[in-house]
Design a protein around this ligand. Structure first.
Ligand code: MGD
Ligand code: MGD
Ligand code: MO
Length: 671
């Protein structure tokens, strides 16, 4: 990204035309980044709460005073019960420096609780890890040469524009594009075919495809023999998934399953772009694993335009230990502080503490995240944050729904103001993020805020006081061949570096699993007491998984990203919010008619966990039985002060402990 600066203000951001993966294009929301940075409501001073919790009333204080208050409260708790302190962070910035470097070191040094950062991608990451050994996949540039592209649980026009550019290039060259998504998304409507399966049934569809590949012998036997592990076991499993059975599970036609498998096997230039949308359900880890097995069955990996991509982040040799220093934990590794899953923050903050859970959470420090808006079962999350006896520090750029609950609200810099280094999960370049302008107001980088608090606490551990430059310089294992001998100075100079990865990375095997093969059968899963083979697991909340619940709440709700928002970021940027309008839910005409709901009616979406209001759009974009509420709205910018996470659940996925945002039964009525 290039920034145009005038008199110390960023007036424009634009894509860097020399950067191969993005080719000078920014997505809609990020083109508005300068508007966000200089927004009149940017937080510019440290503040402390006045008035009741959650009211959002603050008064400005000095940084010195803020650090003194933080140091006193955290210091007192750390002496008595360090695990009563909990950090909470995720995707505000995914930079390696402003994400989890000094912050993690600080919490490790205190012996605080650890956070399982599983709100987004953990099920898919586990699925890939058990199959390929890491989050590895096809190189994004070669999708342009594919002949068949399955866009599976992904909406790249909204959420991964640079991939969509490649897919369109392939389309112009004659490739066939197939969207697999319960919803006719912006992307699905531009594909040649849209397979609208029931949410959470992707694992069954992949196993049904395998059934056809096996029974019609559309397999690459040499590839399977040389580079895969456990084919006979997988075959036995897949043979139980006849196209008829799969069609019934997925709510699609039997012939669709057969044709999809045949088309997929018709060329080695068959590419799959999965994305995380399909793994936010109970069986998400297994679904990713099943899909990840497909290119090894047909030998698509032999061609650089064949294979599968969910995340490419594992190609970057990030040195997590150097960044985060788990060795700073007192008593490490014998002593391992408890781990709290961030998806269950509602339960964690409302727990009074016992032997199994450990101490009650007394302090939470939130940075790079807006849990009151983004975490599931929001009423519980808000109830937790509303506790008068919880000491809450929020590092933020804006007064978000979460910031309203802070005792201390500390102003943080944006990417234009601080130094960082990034990997990607959609392409295979690493990038330096250099500050373009001075911090706005008194804002400080996350790193500097944690250094300041550590100093006020009298901590002396040198790792807590390393500069951002020093942290960045150690973010990668520079001796890794993927970096081709480069170092931080080179990365800073060039802005970005392409990782050295073979064009067709698994053409000759070389998976990073214990067997070195693509593991259809995983010994590691068996050892963990889990199913060693991929399988279909019905959603927690579905007619198959919970018939009584489904009788009361017959509609499946998903809440994928709106095009103009980035999770809950950008919702407060007026120009972008104006384009999204107001919270909507899309409902199929048959479901609407049954409830006497007309297009444009205000409706209430509800289940036992809570409810939200939205404007109904009656449209066959949603398959029957499905409700779609594009997200993630700031609660306080929605007419009823609520968003989709009022109804989502804290239940976790099969693998990885991920959130199950799209595994959620509701009922809808006219408000
Ligand atoms: N504009 C925009 N871009 C973003 C984001 C954003 O909020 N806004 N968020 C970023 C982040 S953090 C992430 S993780 C990615 C997420 O981006 P994606 O990985 O693309 O995931 P989602 O948008 O969650 O879902 C994509 C599609 O999956 C569909 N889907 C839902 N449930 C199922 C299912 O069970 N099976 C199948 N096959 N499809 C299903 C949804 O209808 C949706 O169209 O995008 C990133 N990019
Ligand atoms: N219903 C529903 N819920 C979802 C999802 C969904 O699809 N549906 N998607 C889930 C997914 S995939 C994800 S990744 C999570 C994302 O959830 P979060 O990680 O909470 O991401 P954001 O909502 O973007 O909020 C990030 C906050 O960090 C702040 N921020 C940005 N940069 C910095 C910085 O440098 N320093 C500090 N201190 N703050 C900064 C921003 O101002 C913003 O308020 O949401 C999840 N929640
Ligand atoms: Mo995410």
């Amino acid at each position: 990204m290039r920034v145009t600066v005038e008199n110390g203000r960023a007036i424009k951001v634009s894509g860097d035309p020399d950067h191969p993966p993005t080719q000078g294009v920014l997505c809609t929301k990020v083109t508005r980044y300068a508007e966000r940075v200089h927004h009149p409501k940017r937080l510019t001073q440290p503040m402390k709460r006045v008035g009741r919790k959650g009211e959002g009333h603050f008064e400005p204080i000095s940084w010195e005073e803020a650090c003194r208050i933080a140091a006193e409260r955290l210091g007192e708790i750390a002496q008595r019960a360090p695990e009563a302190i909990l950090p909470y962070s995720y995707a505000g910035t995914m930079g390696l420096v402003q994400g989890d470097s000094i912050a993690q070191r600080f919490f490790h040094k205190l012996g605080a609780s650890r956070l399982d950062r599983a709100i987004c991608a953990a099920a898919g990451a586990a699925g890939l890890r058990y199959t390929f050994g890491s989050s590895l996949g096809m190189l994004t540039e070669y999708f342009a040469q594919s002949e068949v592209i399955l866009i599976w649980g992904a909406n790249p026009i909204a959420s991964n524009l640079h991939f969509w550019t490649r897919a369109q290039e392939a389309k112009r060259n004659g490739a066939k594009l197939i969207a697999i998504d319960p919803y006719r998304s912006l992307t699905a409507e531009k594909c040649h075919q849209h397979i609208a399966l029931k949410p959470g049934t992707d694992g069954a569809l992949a196993l049904g495809m395998m059934h056809v590949l096996i029974t019609e012998d559309r397999l690459d036997h040499d590839y399977i023999a040389a580079h895969t592990h456990g084919f006979d076991a997988l075959k036995a499993r897949a043979l139980t998934y006849t196209p008829a059975r799969v069609a019934a599970i997925c709510g699609i036609e039997e012939q669709v399953v057969v044709d999809l498998a045949r088309l997929y096997a018709s060329t080695r230039k068959a590419a799959i772009r999965m994305n995380y949308g399909l793994q936010r359900v109970r069986g998400g880890g297994n679904a990713v694993r099943a899909i990840a097995c497909l290119p090894a069955l047909t030998g698509a990996w032999r061609d650089r335009a064949g294979g599968v991509l969910l995340s490419s982040s594992g190609w970057a040799p990030v040195d997590a230990n150097a960044l985060q220093r788990p060795d700073l934990i007192p008593g490490w590794p014998q002593h391992q502080p408890r781990i709290v899953n961030m998806n269950q923050i509602g339960d964690a903050l409302t727990h009074t503490g016992d032997a199994a859970f450990g101490p009650k959470v007394e302090a939470i420090v939130v940075y790079n995240s807006n849990p009151v808006a983004v975490a599931p079962e929001s009423a519980k999350v808000a109830a937790g944050f509303a506790r008068e006896d919880l000491f809450t520090i929020v590092l933020e750029q804006f007064q978000t729904d979460t910031a309203d609950y802070a005792d201390l609200l500390l102003p943080a810099t944006t990417q234009l103001e601080h130094l960082d280094v990034h990997k990607s999960y959609g392409h295979t370049h690493v990038m330096a993020n250099l500050p373009a302008i001075a911090p706005v107001g008194e804002a400080r980088p996350n790193t500097e805020i944690f250094r300041s608090i550590a100093r006020a606490m009298g901590l002396t551990e040198p790792a807590l006081f390393e500069s951002d430059e020093d942290v960045a310089a150690h973010a990668f294992d520079w001796s890794d061949p993927a970096l081709g001998g480069a170092d931080w100075a080179a990365l800073k100079r060039e802005g970005w570096l392409k990782l050295n990865i073979a064009e067709a990375p698994f053409a000759r095997g070389g998976f990073r699993t214990p067997t070195g093969k693509c593991e259809f059968h995983s010994e590691a899963l068996a050892e963990a007491g889990l199913d060693p083979l991929p399988d279909y697991l019905p959603p927690h909340e579905s007619a198959d998984g919970a018939p009584e619940l489904a009788a009361r709440f017959p509609l499946a709700m998903i809440s994928p990203p709106a095009r103009n928002f980035l999770n809950s970021t950008f919702v407060n940027v007026e120009s972008l919010r104006a384009t999204e309008g107001e919270p909507h839910v899309d409902l199929h005409p048959a479901d609407a008619a049954r409830r006497e709901i007309a297009d444009g009616d205000e409706v209430r979406v509800f289940n036992d966990r809570g409810s939200m209001r939205a404007r109904a759009r009656v449209t066959d974009r949603a398959r029957s039985g499905l409700v779609v509420g594009l997200s993630i709205w700031w609660k306080k910018l929605a007419p009823d002060g609520r968003n989709a996470n009022e109804v989502t659940s804290q239940a976790l996925t099969d693998l990885g402990g991920s959130a199950t945002f799209y595994d959620c039964l509701v009922e809808v009525e006219r408000a």
